[in-house]
Design a protein around this ligand. Structure first.
Ligand code: SF4
Ligand code: SF4
Length: 181
């Protein structure tokens, strides 16, 4: 019997449900997200720093919120192409990844990848709070996960970032973030 039995911990999984039909493209979510993540906090707002971005087609009254997801070291070989109501969107238009093949979801100053952190430390994600049209709805559920898995995820993520930017750049970014408050 192996001795590496892993402990289970309860993790709260937070999901933001996006109701595209309710989004009117006001971009309040982009504004508050970028202000929350400015350094110092709320010192500026620059939607390029936002972890959510709105794909806008005003003529069709179509607005689609997309959240920043995982960083990826290499662009994928298979690409997505969507056609909605007869309009063809750019390749990868709805992809959540911070990816070498495009500029979306990258910190404008440093080029570091951006990922939605659910406004860590806040009771409710700020984009949800600021979306007065209820296009963004927070949902929560409890799940049991193995403790080790979380550490492995963290190490894989840090390893990828170090490969791309170098360890010193990562340490400098962490130092900047820790001064935000
Ligand atoms: S705040 Fe809500 S309605 Fe406004 S752009 Fe964002 S998701 Fe859409
Ligand atoms: S949950 Fe917070 S970090 Fe994520 S997109 Fe919304 S405002 Fe930004």
């Amino acid at each position: 019997m192996s001795g590496d039995k892993k402990d289970k911990i309860t993790k709260t999984i937070k999901t933001i449900r996006v109701d595209v039909d309710k989004c009117n493209g006001c971009r309040a979510c982009e504004v508050i997200c970028s202000a929350f993540h400015a350094a110092p906090k709320y010192s500026s707002n620059n939607p390029a720093r936002s972890r959510i971005r709105i794909i806008r087609e005003p003529i069709r009254d179509l607005y689609i919120p997309v959240y920043a997801g995982e960083y990826t070291v290499a662009e994928c070989a298979g690409r997505d192409k969507y056609t909605i109501d007869g309009k063809e969107y750019d390749e990868c238009a709805f992809c959540r990844a911070s990816c070498p093949s495009r500029d979306e979801f990258k910190e404008p100053d440093s080029g570091l990848p951006l990922k939605c952190d659910m406004c860590e430390g806040e009771e409710e994600p700020l984009c949800v709070k600021w979306c007065i049209h209820d296009a963004l709805i927070l949902e929560e559920r409890e799940e049991e996960v193995e403790e080790q898995e979380e550490l492995e995820e963290l190490e894989i993520g840090l390893g990828s970032l170090a490969d791309r930017f170098g360890m010193q750049e990562i340490l400098d970014a962490v130092a900047r973030l820790s001064q935000k408050d």
